[in-house]
Design a binder for this molecule. Structure first.
Ligand SMILES: CC(C)(COP(=O)(O)OP(=O)(O)OC[C@H]1O[C@@H](n2cnc3c(N)ncnc32)[C@H](O)[C@@H]1OP(=O)(O)O)[C@@H](O)C(=O)NCCC(=O)NCCS
Length: 158
């Protein structure tokens, strides 16, 4: 059963373990200099990134959830206000991809976005990310491509 658990310190520890075990740092956080993989610097940056953007109410700019599959962390989902819209992001650990879980998470995020009163659900991805594009258009979003950037927009109000 797929559930979204609001990110707190305990969930952040579980999320870091899921990221280290099953995702590349570049898929789940901004770039940090150094050799590839989960260096101590990248682990620290991952935790600092989520603390400042989400866990710490003094600095938070988005809502983040751990994606739990039967209580096991397998990825993260987020919604960040952008004017009257909310911008969504999702990543799953490699072993969890391609099984329909992203589709379920997108539906949960759209419901959260609607409940928050946002006018539009938006997301961006790259021209090469077929899974993200299929996920977003499957959720009902209209996609527009400009160079390597793909923007998705789903109106939430009539
Ligand atoms: C993008 C991501 C969240 C999608 O979640 P997922 O669980 O793998 O996707 P699903 O299994 O629900 O499939 C969603 C759609 O993508 C399609 N799809 C899945 N993998 C695909 C692939 N590698 N290439 C093209 N399409 C793919 C599925 O067929 C499905 O389309 P359909 O509904 O038309 O059948 C996940 O692959 C991921 O975490 N990727 C790495 C991080 C990332 O790229 N995040 C998005 C950044 S915007």
């Amino acid at each position: 059963m797929i559930r979204l658990t609001p990110l707190d310190e305990a969930a952040l520890t579980r999320l870091l373990e899921a990221a280290e075990a099953g995702a590349d740092p570049l898929e789940v956080m901004p770039p940090v200099d150094g050799p590839p993989g989960w260096t101590p610097e990248r682990r620290a940056a991952f935790v600092a990134f989520h603390r400042s953007r989400s866990v710490d109410p003094a600095t938070g700019v988005e809502r983040t959830w751990v994606i739990d599959d039967d209580g096991v962390a397998i990825g993260a989902a987020r919604l960040a206000p952008r004017g009257d819209a909310v911008e969504a992001g999702i990543w799953l650990a490699r072993a969890a991809r391609g099984r329909g879980i992203g589709t379920q998470v997108a539906a949960l995020l759209v419901a959260e976005a609607r409940a928050s009163g946002a006018a539009r659900f938006i997301a961006s991805t790259t021209a090469g990310n077929g899974a993200a594009q299929a996920l977003l258009s499957g959720a009902g979003a209209a996609l527009t491509t400009e160079g390597d950037e793909v923007a998705a927009v789903l109106p939430l109000r009539p």
